[in-house]
Every structure is written in structure tokens, then in C-alpha cells.
Write a new protein. Sequence first.
Length: 170
Amino acid sequence: MRPAGQQGFAVRIATARDVAPVDALLARSYPRLLRPDYPPSIMVMALPIISRAQPGLVACGTYFVVEDSDGSIIGAGGWTRAGRTPGKRPTGNIRHVVTDDRQTRRGVGRSLMSQVVRSAAMAGVLQLDCMSTRTAVPFYEAMGFTTIGPITVPLGPGIDFPAVFMRRAI
């Protein structure tokens, strides 16, 4: 679907065919986008883990890609349902969002996140949680998320990634 007011790209549900292009996008963009906000010691350990597409996530039905007019993928991201806890609002988790580092500030991320929020709302989710990179905090704030506080995301034995926990009501 072509986002209202945007020309040259469209958002669609990702499929298993998109794993390799999303993998290439993550591997190319994350190092460039995250470099200003993370020291090399963290980047060298975290990038091999976080810059890989997760096939099950990409094909889950709530993960989306943004295609440029030539069919290349210039953005990706989605959400998954959080475990249900009695008395807690139905919650979704924002998952593995990326915009091509050469395409930032064109509305790619905004169009993608708008589709993610619509999809989650249609599924009955009332709140979205996000473990944002330091780099993406201003973007998520612009999308209506509130910073809860700093967190550490364990990526593997001895590999901890500093992030920011954010939340948005739908």
C-alpha cells in the first residue's frame, strides 16, 4: 500500500522471500546508523548479532517492508504480541526496525511505523513496548513513544547492548 502523501515507496507485509534483502539492509545500515551512539567495543560484539534478519520474525505476518519504486527494500520492522499477563493491557513489542541509512528523513520510518501501529491496533493491542537503540530514541519520541528508561539487552554470554525502553499507548 502506498502511504498517503508519500511518493516513490510502499509498505507491505514481509514474506519469507524478504529475509535476504532485509538481512542485507540490516548489515549495511546498522553499522552506519549506530556508529555515532555506540563505542567500537560494543559495535564489534553486537553488530554480528543484531544486524541479521530473523527468518521467523520476517515471515510472521506482523513484520513489514518498505519498497522503493524500483522494488528495493529501504525499510523494515514490525511487532509481535507480548505474553499475556492478567490485569495488564494487551501489549505488543516493536521488533527489528531499520531504515536504509541512505533514505533517512524521507518518511520511510514514519510510514513503516504508522503501518505497524495500525496492524497492532487492529489485532487488539492497546500498548506497544520498544527496546530502542540510543540512535532511534528521537524517532520513536516523534512517533508518540515515551522514554521509560535505560535498559541493557543481553545478546549472548558476555554481550550486553545498551538500549532505551520506550512505550506508546494505542
